[in-house]
Write a protein that binds this ligand. Sequence first.
Ligand SMILES: Cc1cc2nc3c(=O)[nH]c(=O)nc-3n(C[C@H](O)[C@H](O)[C@H](O)COP(=O)(O)OP(=O)(O)OC[C@H]3O[C@@H](n4cnc5c(N)ncnc54)[C@H](O)[C@@H]3O)c2cc1C
Length: 434
Amino acid sequence: MAEKSFKYVIIGGGVSAGYAAREFANQGVKKGELAIITKEAVAPYERPALSKGYLFPEGAARLPGFHTCVGSGGEKLLPEWYAGKGITLFLSTDIVKADLASKTLVSAAGDTFKYESLIIATGSTVLRLTDFGVQGADSKNILYLREIDDADKLVETIKAKKNGKVVIVGGGYIGLELSAVMKLNNLDVTMVYPEPWCMPRLFTADIAAFYEEYYKNKGVKIIKGTVAVGFNSNDNGEVKEVKLKDGRVLEADIVVVGVGARPLTTLFKGQVEEDKGGIKADAFFKTSVANVYAVGDVATFPMKMYNDIRRVEHVDHARKSAEQAVKAIFASEQGKTIEEYDYLPMFYSRSFNLSWQFYGDNVGDAVIFGDNSPKSDNPKFGSYWIKDGKVVGAFLEGGSPDENKAIAKVARVQPAADSLDVLAKEGLAFASKI
Ligand SMILES: Cc1cc2nc3c(=O)[nH]c(=O)nc-3n(C[C@H](O)[C@H](O)[C@H](O)COP(=O)(O)OP(=O)(O)OC[C@H]3O[C@@H](n4cnc5c(N)ncnc54)[C@H](O)[C@@H]3O)c2cc1C
């Protein structure tokens, strides 16, 4: 079996890998020095498109339209771009063994890859109901969404089950985005989740009430406070019914499960320090092993603003952490230093005609402002989170680019707030003053 050596290797070919590759090129990586090894069959792309434009019934997004780094307004890096820069892409290559001591990776096909510096960018994998032993969870047409192959399976199944019934298990951002796009595909959609409201990790009850009502007005049915405990299938092994813990049974031609993800760190277990479920990294994304970096979903890193250590599963951090790691690698080779990573958390989502952004920390007391009527033609509302007399987080639905910038600034600056009432009254005007 072949052995190949590179100065730099990135394991994983997702969002972080694409942004890292661009930064390597900016830093003047030489031809033949960098390889990206990924089990996906395509060059790095903007993963968030998979639960949005990729599933549209008309005018759907397709590669090469959403290769990185187009999602942040940058150049679309096509396979030819990598070839032109002398960056080797090993596609459809699953690394099954990593030995950090001997700086060696081994693929499922038995090929060996040697490196001087490694960037771990393996991202996350979905949690599967089969992992929890849910009865019938291995039936056909119970689907998940992480990679482009999963999205292709979803597209095929949507076509095969035209006007059918879909049950979405999970009320997080995957559940919300998929319910919306399934509805756009004219399917009969029911969402099921155990929490009292959707997206409870971020949304307050007030924020969630808007989205739940908006979705109901679009014809999405929502069942809260219970979970799927089993599935019945037909003679072909295709899912037909979802059994809920509260005794109800829902008909289903398709089930899409979005109940969370876990970082892919297994290959490195026992070889590198971990913290909070991820690979522990410093402000330059260096791990506890020399010349090994971890970025994106797998990295647990110092969140300077909050004097805390966190792991973040969002695309903005995947992009920025990758760029920081590559800058740090080149700086250390030149005996220079760069500034510490000082990340302001940023999450966003889009569904139907809605689009929200959130910046900062959702801790303390929250106050809602603006027009949050689900019947409104152009709803625009937001929320501030206040802790110890300071505004620490800000959410905005329907904001313009300038308005989103203004709420980002609030979360970064953390201005003092006199009272929740004043914030509720001033709304966006408060952000515009900062
Ligand atoms: C459907 C979907 C929608 C999303 N929407 C949003 C959104 O709207 N907003 C937001 O902020 N975030 C969103 N996210 C989250 C965001 O996409 C991730 O945080 C981001 O992709 C993380 O980047 P990453 O490079 O760490 O991992 P990934 O982009 O997941 O890339 C990891 C890569 O590593 C490869 N890999 C893993 N293990 C191996 C191995 N052993 N050998 C070879 N290759 C391997 C994988 O195949 C994959 O290509 C979404 C995620 C999904 C799945």
